[in-house]
Design a protein around this ligand. Structure first.
Ligand code: UDP
Ligand code: MG
Length: 341
């Protein structure tokens, strides 16, 4: 697919929009028309002073071309394209960095988040809420296995982390400018955003909604990707997997010492007892397994520390459309300064 990084920004832009809508997109060419057909009338109706930022997360289909066609005729639409697929969390982060509204809404491109709910979000924000989040009441297109794994993940997360996640929260939410600035000020690269939304605090209101089934394309989340995501979430918000090895070690060391003492005394009294190969092998395998597991966990944390130390940007932008040149250049310069020499 061809991106043109030199596309010039539109002359007429919306100055200081009240509402910013951010849409992460990965291979969503079939959903672009429907999304904008549904979202634009709702937003026009509630707040005509708005911007919609569509972030193309390195799609391999014609998402970018389709979005640019819309941007050419509607100055309220803005577009960012990544140099490759960096993941939804990075796409949302880019949208937040470039958004200039006072209230910022994140919505998926596949219309699983019903645009009508934006009206309620906006009313709640007007009445003083600082985070208004969509609370999923059903998830019809999930398989039983995925549902089970997701529920198990939330249970484990609640046990090992101090942060209390908001029930049924996805990425469909409205945030006040204060919340967005707080999120953007967090320097970490490994971003489990559901945890960060909970960590920042602020006044929050839940709005229940039914998750619509995805009509076109496929969910980009394979079971493996979900597993890695869950692992990242837990290690970003808890050090219990690291600390637990002290207790596992203690738990195993006490009977081991007792058993060792017993063998010593037995050998001194009864002499060397040659049989015992099986129990020796079992002990060697068991303890080396436990040690490798512990080392693996330490390695995982170390890898994450390395990622943070490297300070690589969360994403790289290959093209943008519809942004004020001065604002864009400021944020780009900031990013370049952060790049390692
Ligand atoms: N998405 C993205 N980058 C990715 C994967 C997904 O920007 O690497 C976008 C996708 O286009 C959609 C949203 O994130 O707008 C949610 O993705 P998806 O529908 O695949 O996830 P699910 O609904 O299964 O959580
Ligand atoms: Mg979806």
């Amino acid at each position: 697919m061809t991106y043109n990084p030199d596309i010039s920004p539109l002359g007429s832009q919306i100055k200081n929009p009240i509402l910013s809508i951010i849409v992460p997109m990965y291979n969503e060419e079939q959903n672009v028309d429907r999304l904008l057909e549904h979202v634009i009338p709702v937003v026009e109706d509630i707040e005509p002073n708005y911007e919609i930022i569509l972030v193309d997360d390195g799609s391999r289909d014609n998402t970018a071309e389709k979005v640019i066609e819309y941007c050419e005729v509607n100055a309220k639409l803005k577009f960012l394209a990544f140099s490759r697929n960096f993941g939804k969390e990075a796409a949302l982060n880019a949208g937040l960095s470039y958004a200039s509204g006072q209230a910022i809404i994140q919505i998926d491109a596949d219309l699983q988040h019903p645009p009508e709910v934006i009206r309620t979000f906006y009313q709640e924000w007007k009445s003083g809420a600082e985070i208004v989040y969509g609370q999923r009441t059903s998830r019809d297109d999930d398989s039983a296995l995925r549902g089970f794994l997701t529920r198990s993940f939330y249970k484990i997360f609640a046990t090992v982390s101090d942060v209390k996640l908001m029930n049924g929260l996805g990425d469909f939410l409205l945030m006040d400018r204060k919340v967005v600035d707080a999120l953007l000020s967090l320097p970490e690269r490994e971003r489990f955003t559901k945890g960060l939304y909970a960590w920042v605090g602020f006044k929050r209101v839940a709005v229940p909604f039914d998750v619509a089934p995805r009509e076109h394309g496929q969910s980009a989340w394979s079971i493996l990707r979900l597993y890695l995501f869950a692992l990242g979430a837990i290690t970003s918000f808890s050090t219990i997997p690291l600390k637990i090895w002290t207790y596992v070690g203690l738990f195993l060391a006490i009977p081991s010492f007792a058993y060792g003492g017993y063998i010593m005394i037995k050998t001194m009294i009864l002499g060397i007892d040659v049989p015992g190969y099986a129990s020796l092998m079992v002990a060697v395998c068991f303890f080396s397994g436990i040690q490798l597991l512990g080392l693996g966990i330490i390695g995982d944390y170390l890898g994450r520390v390395l990622k943070e130390v490297k300070q690589r940007p969360l994403y790289l932008i290959s093209a943008k459309y519809g942004f004020d040149q001065a604002k864009t250049m400021r944020s780009e310069t900031a990013k370049i300064k952060k790049l390692p020499c």
